[in-house]
Write a protein that binds this ligand. Structure first.
Ligand SMILES: Cc1ncc(COP(=O)(O)O)c(C=O)c1O
Length: 444
């Protein structure tokens, strides 16, 4: 049988080595494969299938909308688009704000910066983002990202982007000894950067508020502090909620864990917005930002922005999150998963840290030596034994997400407790198999 490798150029891989499963269907947290096997999905594919696969309510909404109206240009009105914008503003508590629809997360981030610059009256205003962040793979989004995989493809400074160290408390770049202190230092680094560059030159700070694509989980006080330092300095704060929203971190939007003390000026959405069943992204603007741009020309837009099929899907997805109480479920199962993985940590010395768990997003960091926290492989390389573990897991019917030395556990929020327990039990067995011998340091 021919391989898809022979006709499709896949992303994020060496083309000649592509060898991933082919999916033909799905239900709940399960994926059906071409060879007839079923796989339990512990990563929500790209941390996006929050509602599980083929959620019937979203599928039905797409079908209904397709029968009525598939497409209208973004320049004209469409009923599901207006309804979705109103609902997002309501969920965010952004009364009087506006929503700009995009095709996905990268262009949501690009447009959030464009809007922030317009609102600040600084067309080339500086944007501050973090090292070890990911905001997308289009060119400007790569410049915004602090990602070693893509940073050589763009010159961030030429795009008006400055990077600051992250609140990575397990390996704190500021040498702090507690997560709280690391979070405070990281927020102060943003303040320093604004002060050094000059407030009048800065337009925005773009950062993920909680758990992140590169495995960093913000310490509790970090985001409110960041909110305070940006407000004091008159610089817009943009929350990249592409991954963290829609229950992934236990709330509609991760910043809501901090109440109004965490409310950003803009936020970007994608992934779970439609349960990933159709592409859609969005930028949500606060009343103040919306007011600042109301009388200025906004020269932006792609043909398919705010596509009616996608907006209808998102409306159905939002109803499913609410009616199935998936935010509460994510919080409860996230705590449970964190506890279970910490239990594994107690007898697997290869586990250096387990973090996250505000919702169904838990990061397991593997180390060569727990005492010195020596990484198993230099970031972002994947240690061969972890690659072998992932392969063995797939052969046994479970797909785990991983990045470098990290396992990212982010299953669909509809996963059953017994399915989660089944995956943890498998991980326990495979860690024993692929990381069997504990050095004296690892046992520490
Ligand atoms: C935090 C974050 N921002 C932005 C993006 C980019 O989203 P997209 O792939 O839809 O362009 C991602 C994707 O993984 C993400 O995790």
């Amino acid at each position: 049988m021919s391989s898809e490798r022979d006709s499709v150029l896949h992303s994020w891989c060496v083309p000649a080595q592509w060898d991933a499963p082919t999916v033909t269907g799905g239900h709940g947290a399960w994926l059906e494969l071409e060879d007839g096997r079923e796989i339990l999905d512990l990563s929500s594919l790209a941390e996006c299938s929050n509602l599980g696969h083929q959620h019937p309510r979203v599928v039905a909404a797409i079908r209904r909308q397709a029968e009525q109206l598939c497409f209208v240009t973004a320049a004209w009105g469409a009923a599901p688009r207006r309804a979705l914008a109103e609902r997002l503003l309501e969920l965010a508590g952004f009364e009087g704000g506006l929503v700009y629809f995009t095709l996905g997360g990268a262009d949501a981030n690009e447009n959030a910066v464009r809007i922030a610059r317009l609102a600040a009256g600084r067309p080339a205003g500086l944007v501050i983002t973090r090292d070890r962040s990911y905001h997308g793979a289009s060119h400007f989004a790569m410049a915004l990202s602090g990602d070693v995989r893509t940073q050589h493809q763009v010159e961030a400074a030429a795009w008006g982007v400055r990077h600051v160290p992250p609140p990575y408390s397990y390996r704190c770049p500021f040498g702090s000894t507690t997560p709280a202190e690391c979070g405070q230092q990281a927020a102060l680094a943003v303040a320093d950067c604004i002060d050094t560059e000059g407030r009048e030159r800065c337009a925005a700070v773009l950062i993920e508020p909680d758990a992140g694509s590169n495995g960093i989980v913000a310490p509790d006080g970090y985001w409110p502090r960041l909110r305070a330092v940006t407000r004091e300095r008159g610089v817009w704060l943009i929350a990249d909620e592409v991954m963290s929203a829609f229950g992934r971190c236990g709330e509609w939007f991760a910043w809501q864990r901090h109440g109004t003390a965490g409310q950003p000026d803009l936020m970007t959405l994608a992934k779970g917005l439609t349960g990933a069943m159709i592409p859609l992204g969005a930028v949500v603007l606060s009343r103040e930002v919306a007011g600042r741009i109301a009388s200025k020309p906004f020269q932006a837009g792609l043909t398919y922005c705010g596509h009616p099929l996608a907006c209808a899907a998102a409306l159905a997805a939002l109803e499913a999150y609410r009616d199935e109480r998936l935010l509460e479920r994510s919080r409860a199962l996230g705590h449970e998963l964190l506890r279970e993985l910490r239990r594994l940590q107690s007898h697997h010395p290869v586990i250096g840290e387990v973090r996250g768990g505000h919702g169904l997003f838990v990061v397991v960091e593997l180390v060569a030596d727990r005492m010195t926290r020596t990484p198993l492989a230099p970031w972002p390389q994947q240690p061969p034994a972890l690659g072998a573990l992932l392969e063995a897991a797939l052969a046994e019917g479970v797909s785990f997400g991983a990045r470098g030395n990290l396992l990212l556990l982010a299953p669909p929020l509809v996963i059953e407790e017994r399915e989660l327990a089944q995956a943890v039990a498998l991980l326990d067995r495979l860690l024993a198999r692929f990381f069997p011998s504990a050095s004296p340091e690892q046992r520490a």
